[in-house]
Design a protein around this ligand. Structure first.
Ligand code: DQA
Length: 162
């Protein structure tokens, strides 16, 4: 079974109470439940973590190789500052998707630069909780490379015609 590591960065534990005019009223627990439901439907396994500590996030990513097939991350404020998280993602060599609840490119200038974007496969931002849903779908696709999807599809079709 495909295993995906989901990382929520600093202050995301405060969702629901934190700047609801930007992040909405949804809580981290509700986001995680939606992710778990999608994972169940797609038959993938998630490990979900939230940390307010850069070093902890670096260590978690550092240990991910061999244990997970892909990473979904909202690096939160570290998006704009963390060379260490960027290097950890590069070192992990795991396909990674970056998500943000808000459209970081429509906000303050300092948020418009992501140090993480150049080292991930792609990103989703600006859709609130749906950034995570779209992001997890993308992560599942990445963890299940197209050649597998094509050959699985071909096998299914072959079975149908047998
Ligand atoms: C965020 C955007 C970041 O700029 C901010 O520091 C966050 C949340 C988002 O999900 O929109 O904490 O990553």
């Amino acid at each position: 079974m495909i295993k995906i590591l989901v990382i929520h960065g600093p202050n995301l534990d405060l969702l629901g109470k934190r700047q609801p005019e930007i992040y909405g009223k949804i809580t981290l627990k509700q986001i995680n439940t939606a992710l778990e439901n999608l994972a169940k439907a797609k038959k993938v396994k998630l490990k979900i973590l939230q940390s307010n500590h850069e070093g902890e996030i670096v260590s978690i990513i550092g240990e991910a190789k061999g244990k997970f097939d892909a990473i979904l991350i909202n690096p939160a404020a570290y998006t704009h500052t963390s060379v260490a998280i960027r290097d950890a993602i590069l070192a992990s060599n795991l396909p990674t998707v970056e998500v943000h609840l808000s459209n970081i490119y429509a906000r303050e200038e300092f948020r418009q630069k992501s140090l993480i974007s150049p080292v991930v496969c792609g990103g989703v931002y600006g859709f609130g909780i749906d950034s995570y849903i779209l992001g997890l779908n993308a992560t599942i696709l990445l963890a299940n490379p197209i050649r597998n999807r094509i050959s699985n599809g071909a096998k299914k079709n072959a079975r149908k015609t047998e």
